[in-house]
Design a protein around this ligand. Structure first.
Ligand SMILES: NC(=O)c1ccc[n+]([C@@H]2O[C@H](COP(=O)([O-])OP(=O)(O)OC[C@H]3O[C@@H](n4cnc5c(N)ncnc54)[C@H](OP(=O)(O)O)[C@@H]3O)[C@@H](O)[C@H]2O)c1
Length: 276
């Protein structure tokens, strides 16, 4: 079997596919499968996986796309369809809109009929976010996010903020919400947000959640539903997966360094050296 995981790519030509594990039904040697999350260890050419986490990849999905989209795509599905159900008429904010998850959130939310506002650090990322369906892009290094959101929403505020940045953004995220709005804090690229006093939520009857993909894909049915929605939206053109950066496995250390240095946009995929 070819396996993909967090940031790795399935190997199309497995040199020694021997066998699948005892008791496995519904799978055979040569099937292309992908996974996301646990067990860790996808910085590898080969991996042994429990069958319960292996997701069959349809032939319509390119291997690099599959490797890049599992974690991010299923996260986008869970955030937009289960944590908070985005619908036509909602106005939403996506921080890091040109990032891996951010890009998919913007495309998907646009297709759901929401008005999408994205924040990014520079012009180049702003152009990408616009292409990905952001109706309004805020370059936060030049513009005040709260003031721009007020202007865009005519003072009404937002139904939901998807915040993966954390420490640097959570206060503005709360300020931007409409009464009864949702703060979905799903990452902390800039560091852990400080504790939020209940009174900060009470002033607008806000909801705050800190979801993890793992808890929303805990059952096989949930996992296959999320993955199925992602694959379907790639096939129908709603999701364009941007694999903007590939690194050989032997130079894998450069990938997190570039991510930390804010040099990346879209997805990063590690390629086994044998495929280069
Ligand atoms: N909860 C879950 O289940 C779940 C699942 C998947 C991912 N995540 C989280 O979602 C977040 C996004 O993941 P991703 O893979 O899509 O990454 P990413 O968005 O491609 O990269 C992070 C982006 O965040 C922005 N950023 C703002 N402040 C930053 C800082 N101080 N340091 C680094 N980046 C900063 C940068 O965009 P700008 O230059 O435009 O500011 C950067 O490109 C991560 O925090 C990840 O852990 C959570």
């Amino acid at each position: 079997m070819s396996i993909s995981g967090r940031g790795s790519t399935p190997r199309p030509r497995c040199p020694s596919p021997q066998t699948v594990g005892p008791g496995l039904t519904g799978g055979k040697v040569g099937d292309v499968v992908a996974y996301a999350g646990n067990p860790m260890g996808s910085y590898a050419q080969e991996q042994i996986l429990p069958a319960s986490v292996a997701i069959p990849v349809p032939p319509s999905v390119d291997h690099k796309q599959a490797a890049s989209v599992m974690l991010k795509g299923m996260t986008a599905h869970v955030l937009l369809r289960r944590v908070f159900k985005v619908e036509s008429g909602h106005t939403i904010l996506v921080h890091a809109a040109a990032g891996g998850v951010g890009s998919l959130l913007c495309q998907w939310a646009n297709a759901l009929g929401a008005t999408v506002i994205g924040t990014v650090s520079n012009e180049e990322k702003a152009a990408q976010a616009s292409q990905d369906g952001c109706h309004h892009v805020i370059i936060y290094t030049k513009e005040d996010v709260v003031a721009r959101v007020k202007e865009i929403t005519s003072g009404k505020g937002l139904n939901v903020v998807y915040d993966s940045v954390g420490k640097d953004t959570y206060k503005a995220s709360i300020e931007c919400l409409a009464p009864r709005g949702f703060l979905v804090s799903f990452g902390q690229s800039s560091g852990k947000p400080d504790p939020i006093p209940m009174s900060d939520l009470a002033s607008k009857s806000l909801f705050l959640t800190r979801p993890s993909l793992m808890h929303y894909t805990a059952t096989r049915d949930e996992l296959l539903e999320s993955a199925g929605e992602v694959f379907a939206n790639i096939a129908n053109g709603v999701l364009r997966v941007r694999v903007n950066h590939t690194y050989l496995l032997s130079e894998a250390a450069r990938a997190p360094a570039d991510l930390e240095g804010r040099k990346t946009s879209g997805s990063i995929v590690l390629i086994p050296d044998t495929d280069s």
